[in-house]
Design a protein around this ligand. Sequence first.
Ligand SMILES: NC(=O)c1ccc[n+]([C@@H]2O[C@H](COP(=O)([O-])OP(=O)(O)OC[C@H]3O[C@@H](n4cnc5c(N)ncnc54)[C@H](O)[C@@H]3O)[C@@H](O)[C@H]2O)c1
Length: 326
Amino acid sequence: MRALVVGGAGYIGSHVVFYLLKDNCEVLVLDNLSFGSESSIPKGADFVLGDIRNKEVLTRCMQNFKPEVVVHLAALKSVGKSIHEIAVYSDINITGTINLLNAMIAQNIPYFVFSSSAAVYGTPVYLPIDEKHPTKPINYYGETKLIIEQMLQWYSRAYPFYYSALRYFNASGHEPASSFFAIEKNPENLIPILLETALGTRKDFTLFGDDYDTPDGSCIRDYIHVSDLARAHLLSLHFLKEKKQSLTLNLGTGKGFSTREAYESAVRVTKKDIPLTIGGRREGDPASMYALSDRARNLLAWQPKYNNIDDIILHSWKAYQRNFET
Ligand SMILES: NC(=O)c1ccc[n+]([C@@H]2O[C@H](COP(=O)([O-])OP(=O)(O)OC[C@H]3O[C@@H](n4cnc5c(N)ncnc54)[C@H](O)[C@@H]3O)[C@@H](O)[C@H]2O)c1
């Protein structure tokens, strides 16, 4: 299988590339390196520096490499910034994706895997969240993902085109069987922030809200190991090719951890002092969010391998230490 991985130099993308290579795929990464880095791309994949807003680059890549599948992870993902930077989020997350889809259709490329997000759901009205849960994004980032999901349905009706829209919950951890780094730049996610504080590159860690209606008062989220996510991409590609049927799937563990549990785990695993500040609640943060991923388990025979917060943090800690030492 020849796979074009767009955004393959980023955190999740580099893991997807690793698993595609392990499955003997030929991989070309297209990335503008705005957040990713070339050194994160696992050895064995080719790389083109380019932007999804550039239609000529997309067409050239597809004509030269002739991929059978496109995995699309390139996007801006800051929930907070998305609320104010509507134009730039529209340009990259929506227009960039339309460019990619239209280039695929023009080149007759039939299989597409899209990085969607649990942000399409908005505030949970019930838990665990299954794929039938109402989709009402509460930030523009989630809206951009939902708009693309809706577009994909129309593309698959009109063309010989099959997609899987993978709604990731909180991606976390690092591949333990590899030494590539794939460290997030300017992270806004909990575990990278905890680890940067443990390394001393941040002063302290702020826990936003300790008065939620949860057992320890802090928010609960579903931390899915990035290697489990990456394996699901591969399985969904095999499904698309074999069944010729599009998919929309949650990818989570179904088990949530609280921010305080993650903090305590980070202290335990890193054996470092991580200064803690208790801050106020952030707007739009629901108390709990975790997934029902039975659809992925049933259709793809996918099973998350990691659901222990200490393992997830340890795998990332090793990657952060290696990165810090180089
Ligand atoms: N990290 C999470 O917890 C999470 C959760 C849900 C969904 N997602 C989605 O997964 C995807 C990957 O996320 P990630 O955490 O690996 O982020 P990331 O920022 O590490 O990776 C995104 C990659 O896309 C590249 N990119 C950005 N804009 C581009 C453009 N215009 N043209 C070409 N390349 C561009 C970046 O350089 C980067 O390498 C994103 O679409 C994100 O919305 C992530």
